[in-house]
Design a binder for this molecule. Structure first.
Ligand code: AMP
Ligand code: MN
Ligand code: MN
Ligand code: MN
Length: 281
């Protein structure tokens, strides 16, 4: 089974429309695809329609920004009900938080001598919920940096001069929103957070205590060594395992859609109760 439970469309910081994403995923042989845009479910209806036409299974998802010990942590909500009113209310508040933060980041860029108002206008013209990716892209387009990674390195990355640490809601609250919408909460790309091994274990313990059910064991760009270490953590904390490319853009040739994302056998697949055939030997 070719499955990818973490992707983005242009409703957040992906470059493809939901239709283009699903079409590309189908062509790449993906049979089960989750669309997990940052803090929005706006792309799901379109993705669902397109997936039906391709005979593909579309998992309704979202990637919600949370905070834990002042760190931004991403929680995937999988198999959520995108019409659940409490979740939609919560995502509205996330959207407002993102728009406020974008205004503050652009104001900071203005103080650093960049055209903050112009950059804000470019970001606000985009159809997706604003992220730092949009701002980095606007900075590249305006010729202020050569590449997006330079924008993060010089201005937007954690601790850099135009970075605004968003006040994301606490982890347990975010897990609660996902569960209340009938979804399964999976902690995204656990190796990407800057945490000591002890803090990482505490994060997992707190995630489990909050009702988190899965860990993203295989994620785009991770080496095989990483996968085994994260799989061991999943087993230790009684978490199921998820796989997801975190695909954003076909120009990111190092992270294509449709690459086989194989979960180690020691971990229970998060999709097992949804797709029983996937676990057949
Ligand atoms: P935000 O949620 O607004 O803080 O933006 C985070 C998004 O920025 C992530 O989901 C990535 O897609 C992107 N991102 C974060 N760090 C980098 C980086 N160093 N280079 C390129 N993209 C990045
Ligand atoms: Mn992103
Ligand atoms: Mn993420
Ligand atoms: Mn992501």
């Amino acid at each position: 089974m070719n499955i990818d439970l973490h992707t983005h469309s242009n409703r957040s910081d992906g470059s493809l429309t939901p239709t283009e994403l699903v079409t590309r995923a189908a062509a790449a042989g993906i049979e089960v695809l989750a669309l997990t845009d940052h803090d929005t479910v706006a792309g799901l209806a379109e993705a669902q329609r397109c997936a039906a036409g391709h005979g593909m299974s579309l998992v309704p998802g979202v990637e919600i920004s949370a905070s834990w010990r002042a760190q931004a942590i991403h929680v995937l909500g999988l198999w959520i009900d995108p019409a659940a009113a409490p979740l939609l209310d919560a995502l509205d508040s996330q959207a407002e938080r993102r728009r406020d933060r974008m205004r503050t980041m652009c104001a900071r860029l203005g103080k650093l001598g960049l055209p903050g108002a112009e950059l804000l206008a470019v970001v606000e013209a985009h159809p997706g919920l604003p992220t730092r990716t949009h701002l980095a892209d606007a900075m590249v387009a305006g010729g202020h940096v050569k590449r997006t990674d330079e924008a993060f390195r010089k201005y937007l990355g954690a601790g850099k001069r135009a970075n605004v640490a968003a006040e994301w809601p606490p982890l347990d609250k975010v897990v609660g929103w996902i569960r209340a919408a009938g979804g399964v909460a999976a902690l995204a790309h656990p190796a990407r957070y800057t945490l000591s091994p002890g803090a990482r274990r505490q994060l997992l313990a707190d995630f489990v205590a909050a009702g988190g059910a899965a860990l993203e064991v295989v994620t785009g760009g991770n080496g095989a060594q990483h996968v085994e270490a994260v799989a061991t953590l999943a087993v230790k904390y009684g978490l199921m395992g998820s796989v997801g490319s975190d695909f954003h853009n076909p120009e990111h040739t190092w992270n294509p859609l449709g690459r086989s994302l194989k979960l180690p056998d020691c971990v229970t697949p998060v999709w097992r109760s949804y797709f029983k055939e996937a676990t057949a030997p």
